[in-house]
Design a protein around this ligand. Sequence first.
Ligand code: HEC
Length: 124
Amino acid sequence: MRNKILILLFCIILILLSSCERTEEEKMSYIYDVEPIFISSCVLCHTAGHYSNLDLSSYNGLMAGESLNGPVIKAYYPDLSLLFEKIVAEQPSIGSPMPLGGSALTGTEIQVIELWIFDGAKNN
Ligand code: HEC
């Protein structure tokens, strides 16, 4: 009897642990998930004072809202964020698709940025 209860408890703990993991996976971190994408594909052109005055080398730069066409991230709304539009659309409403002249971001990279904006574009 005691063994059965222990096994049951063990199973409940396992189920709780695995569901926690799933929510963690959907939450993206700026530092660990998003910034590395900008560093490898964007900061070549987008540092302070460079193209469109958009600085993608830091969270503060990204969120400053001082680039040519104003804020590029609208927290919680990937579809209303110019930055997201420019990495997914073949013909964005403003200028060219990004990264300019390079190959498009991978599906996974796009999804990371989308989920991060969707979760509030936090400095996490
Ligand atoms: C080879 C240089 C280059 C690279 C690499 C590059 N960009 Fe750009 N970016 C530009 C230029 C030039 C413009 C201005 C023309 C335009 O909007 O198409 C621009 C404009 C933008 C704008 C519009 C800013 C505004 O306010 O109008 C966004 C957003 C943007 N880039 C995001 C990115 C992202 C995200 C990456 C990386 C995935 C990236 N760019 C990589 C050159 C680059």
